[in-house]
Design a protein around this ligand. Structure first.
Ligand SMILES: [Zn+2]
Ligand SMILES: [Zn+2]
Ligand SMILES: [Zn+2]
Length: 324
């Protein structure tokens, strides 16, 4: 049993969500600790590139996964999909995505968009999740600037909840819930972090994490492939400024964060959905981390030890001081 390789999706019938199960990472070969697989000149990377999308060598999902186990009671499914690593620059010693020039961030975004377009044609591809983990606190072991893509055979739970809220709101009010959230944030103004012609970045009224930032396109649009060239260009700037404010908020410590792109599923029609990026900065203060613990993980509701309006003011100050 111990040496059996398992890779499958297991259904939690109580919370009604999938768990990605795999013990294949345990078979990862040993590597010297100072070796970086994302630097130029490696067996997978080569030379002469600005950014790269590589297949994750130890994926949770594969195009041709093993057959899932057959359980007499529980439901399982194949871990079919793709896991990619986005190497955002050839330069190893860069702290954050926001330290790259805007045109490099734009280049990375275009690569991700092309990958989404390519994957959307695949049978298994129900969802394209781009995310970025920053900092050792989040468990990032490789410091070379990179993010990840999971092409999933199902819609992730949080997005499913958003879809259901937006569907109901649209049925009841005849308009987009997210558009109304943007309007409320712009009208209040006090939680806005950055705005340009195409994008609005704010700390939501209902923030869960201490320094949570959401970035929305002003235009009601569902998928990143549908963004215009101009929208992609100004997204690069909105991302750069928002992340710069966040990572420079504390003088002696770069903010660890999780960034995720929420967009519509690749299959089906979701005209009431509105794509956006969510960023969760997890430090409350320079030396105080917000842990998701008993209440948050056990109960499912967050506690917020400040008010978002105050933290938005601090983040805006950081943007003005460090990023513009
Ligand atoms: Zn490197
Ligand atoms: Zn909308
Ligand atoms: Zn979202």
């Amino acid at each position: 049993m111990a040496d059996k390789q398992v890779m499958e999706l297991r259904w939690d019938p109580i919370l009604r969500e999938w768990v990605l199960v795999s013990n294949i990472r345990r078979f990862r070969p040993w590597q010297p600790t100072n070796y970086c697989p994302f630097c130029p000149g490696g067996p997978e990377t080569g030379y002469g590139w600005r950014a790269l999308i590589l297949e994750n060598k130890y994926p949770m999902l594969m195009e041709n996964p093993p057959e899932p186990s057959n359980h007499w009671f529980y439901l399982t499914a194949k871990s079919v999909g793709k896991c990619y690593v986005v190497v955002e620059t050839p330069e190893h010693n860069i702290d954050d995505l926001s330290d790259l020039p805007t045109d490099q961030i734009e280049y990375v975004l275009r690569m991700i968009i092309n990958k989404a377009r390519e994957e959307s044609g695949k049978d298994y591809a129900y969802y394209f999740l781009w995310f970025r983990n920053k900092g050792r606190e989040i468990g990032v072991s490789l410091t070379h600037p990179h993010s990840q893509i999971y092409v999933l055979p199902f819609i992730p739970s949080r997005v499913e909840r958003e879809i259901e809220s937006a569907r109901e709101y649209f049925a009841k009010n005849g308009k987009c819930l997210f558009c109304d959230v943007i309007n409320a944030e712009v009208r209040d103004g006090v939680r806005i972090i950055y705005e340009n012609e195409h994008w609005v970045s704010f700390m939501p009224f209902y923030s869960h994490w201490p320094f949570e930032v959401h970035i929305y396109p002003r235009r009601h649009v569902q998928l990143i492939m549908e963004l215009t060239d101009e929208e992609v260009r100004s997204l690069a700037l909105a991302l750069k400024v928002s992340l710069c404010g966040l990572t420079h908020l504390f003088r002696s410590k770069s903010m660890p964060y999780i960034l995720v792109l929420h967009q519509a599923p690749l299959k089906g029609s979701y005209p009431f959905y509105h794509l956006h990026i969510e960023i969760y900065g997890i430090l409350r203060e320079e030396d105080k981390m917000k842990y998701a613990a008993g209440m948050e993980v056990g109960g499912g509701n967050f506690t917020y030890d400040a008010v978002p309006e105050e933290n938005a003011q601090r983040l805006r100050d950081s943007v003005l001081r460090n990023c513009v």
